[in-house]
Design a protein. Structure first.
Length: 446
């Protein structure tokens, strides 16, 4: 155990350093990177108002459904860590960090989502309908988006990108009835147009007489086109139309200024903490500072791996967790001083200091975790980010205070140069390196 724990600490430290410095791939795709929120990275913030047909019947549950659909649309589109929240009785607030294509995202959010399927006869439209064209008024509606049970990306028999669609029972029966009449062989069958708010999204040719509720839409699709069509099919319908109230863009320059100011403020605070630890606790304070550097490396690596989106609130939570990590060391070192003053040897006092401070450290940190967990469960997205950073920080601070600081102190006190009273902030008459019997044996050997 004496060898295993230091080995684990070294491996954790090296792993955290590698995650923070090296360009590493993420298991699910992409690279391990630091994600910054809207206030640090810049992006787009939009406010939308729900415009229901009957305001009297529009409920908070309907607004929550709109929020979920908008968030799903944005997530499916590929925007990292969007913040979508309700405000009041009819407002949706959308924050999109790092967004460059503002117009396309605005269009994706603002679509009312009236998803419909139309029969397109080949006799009238020999080549079908082009995507993004307006649906002609003479076409027959087959059914609406309410009959879509699920849609996901897939591949066709040629291993090309395609979209797999599952229909509900009534929609499956209706579609099979249309397909039975529309299929007349490749190059002769009719088409089906998929529209969103009257605009054609895709118009594939019918290639079978019966589908049984499982339809595949194939063609010369790119992966991004497949992703967009899946978004339309899965998240097309909104309970009410959305009206854009305001849209504002936070420039990356402004976000960079926020980040620099936050890092500067946090650095000043941490340096003051380091100065206090060094002046008041001296050698144990130095060890605590080194443990805090290790703590910061590990926490930042976890932020990159999870990943956690860092906002100004998250930076504040990180600085707060550093203070809590120092608090654990203060409890340990003060207890160690008390043990030294009671006449215990240096080695015994350090072990007793850690053991007797553990209950206080555990209780205070568990209380903080419970509070942060409540904030995470009930809070807004910004508050949840603060709470998540705080929970991670508190857990890692317990590990560094009880394992790393302890292992380093155990090693240091074995060194002859470290056995000096002033290094521990106590008087010479209060400092005992070894018991009187041990000192007598040492003198006899000399």
């Amino acid at each position: 155990m004496r060898v295993l724990l230091p080995l684990v600490i070294v491996l954790v430290g090296l792993g955290a350093l590698a995650v923070n410095v090296l360009p590493l791939p993420r298991p699910g795709g992409g690279m391990v990177e630091t994600r910054l929120g809207l206030d640090l990275q810049g992006g787009v913030r939009g406010e939308y108002r729900a415009m229901p047909d009957d305001p009297a019947e529009f409920t908070q549950e309907d607004l929550s459904i709109i929020r979920d659909i908008v968030e799903n649309r944005i997530n499916q589109y590929g925007v990292a860590e969007p913040i979508v929240q309700t405000q009041g009785r009819d407002r949706i607030i959308v924050e999109l960090p790092g967004v460059e294509n503002e117009g396309e995202i605005r269009g994706l959010i603002g679509q009312t989502g009236r998803l419909e399927f139309f029969a397109v006869p080949r006799t009238s439209y020999p080549t079908g309908l082009e995507p993004n064209s307006t649906i002609p008024p003479d076409l027959r509606r087959i059914f609406g988006g309410e009959e879509i049970a699920n849609a996901r990306a897939g591949v066709d028999r040629f291993n090309s990108p395609a979209v797999d669609v599952e229909l509900r029972a009534e929609g499956a029966a209706t579609f099979d009835e249309y397909a039975r009449l529309a299929f007349r062989g490749e190059g002769r069958s009719d088409f089906v147009a998929i529209t969103l708010d009257g605009q054609v999204q895709s118009a594939p040719e019918i290639n079978a007489q019966r589908f049984g509720g499982r339809v595949q839409i194939s063609g010369r699709f790119t992966p991004s086109e497949v992703s967009r069509l899946v978004t339309v099919l899965r998240y097309g319908a909104l309970p009410a139309q959305l009206e854009e109230v305001s849209i504002s863009r936070i420039s990356p320059t402004l976000g960079l200024n926020f980040l620099q100011q936050s890092v500067l403020a946090g650095s000043i605070g941490i340096l003051l903490v380091f100065a206090f630890m060094l002046i008041h606790y001296r050698l144990p304070g130095l060890i605590a500072c080194l443990a805090l550097v290790f703590y910061a490396l590990v926490v930042f690596a976890i932020f990159r791996l999870v990943p956690v989106t860092l906002t100004l609130a998250g930076v504040a939570a990180f600085v707060l967790s550093v203070g809590m990590a120092v608090d654990a060391n203060i409890l340990i070192f003060e207890r160690t001083k008390e043990e030294l003053r009671s006449g215990k040897t240096l080695f015994t006092a350090i072990e007793a200091g850690f053991n007797r401070a553990w209950n206080s450290i555990f209780d205070s940190n568990v209380s903080s975790i419970i509070t942060a967990a409540i904030l995470f469960y009930f809070g807004s997205p910004v508050i949840r980010g603060f709470a998540l950073v705080l929970i991670i920080g508190v857990l890692i601070s317990m590990f560094t205070a009880i394992t790393l600081s302890r292992q380093m102190l155990r090693w240091v006190v074995r060194q002859p140069w470290a056995r000096r009273a002033w290094l521990y902030g106590v008087e010479e008459e209060e400092f005992t390196v070894a018991t009187p019997r041990a000192r007598g044996r040492e003198a006899a050997r000399v």
